[in-house]
Design a binder for this molecule. Structure first.
Ligand code: FEO
Length: 173
């Protein structure tokens, strides 16, 4: 059984994951409208992954006898002029999510809720990957600058990204 503090924090995390999904969907639509379909594809997959993150937490709350309480999702920006602006916003956002996951882990540990700590370990590793990936594209886009051919090639690369079900959902469903 989840204690109330941990349950509330998990519900806040679900809201943050769904907000992340909304943010990346907005980025995807922004670049689709600008004709950068590969970058749009990358952010669309990111949108799907964030919904998966929320789903993992929702499944977990229900398995532990808690209640999922979905709260309103705040609005997101709708305009990013250049791909590098979106990846910089992505990195800044993922750093905030990392801090939230760390705080959640610390709370669960302080409440002797080791099952929640165990569940969070996958997210701790996932956040390392999320930040590393965003930083990697910032580095590439910094190198490319305003070079149209470079942006075109990166758009091709990002267009090749395919969706994979994250491990905690692949084994649970
Ligand atoms: Fe769900 Fe991008 O962290």
């Amino acid at each position: 059984m989840l204690n109330e503090k941990v349950e509330n924090a998990l519900n806040e995390q679900i809201n943050a994951e769904l907000w992340s999904a909304y943010l990346y969907l907005s980025m995807s639509m922004n670049f689709q409208a600008k004709g950068l379909s590969g970058i749009a594809n990358w952010f669309y997959i990111q949108f799907r992954e964030e919904q998966d993150h929320a789903r993992i937490f929702m499944n977990y709350i229900n398995r532990r006898g808690g209640r999922v309480r979905l709260a309103p999702i705040a609005g997101v920006d709708t305009e990013w002029d250049r791909p590098i602006d979106a990846f910089a916003a992505t990195l800044a956002h993922e750093q905030k999510v990392t801090a939230m996951i760390n705080n959640l882990y610390a709370l669960a540990a302080s409440e002797n809720d080791y099952a929640t700590c165990d569940q969070l370990k996958w997210f701790v590793s996932e956040q390392v990957e999320e930040e590393e990936t965003a930083q990697g594209y910032i580095d590439k886009l910094t190198l490319v600058g305003d070079n149209g051919m470079g942006i075109y090639m990166l758009d091709q690369e990002l267009g090749a990204r395919v969706y994979n079900t994250p491990a905690p959902l692949a084994t649970a469903e």
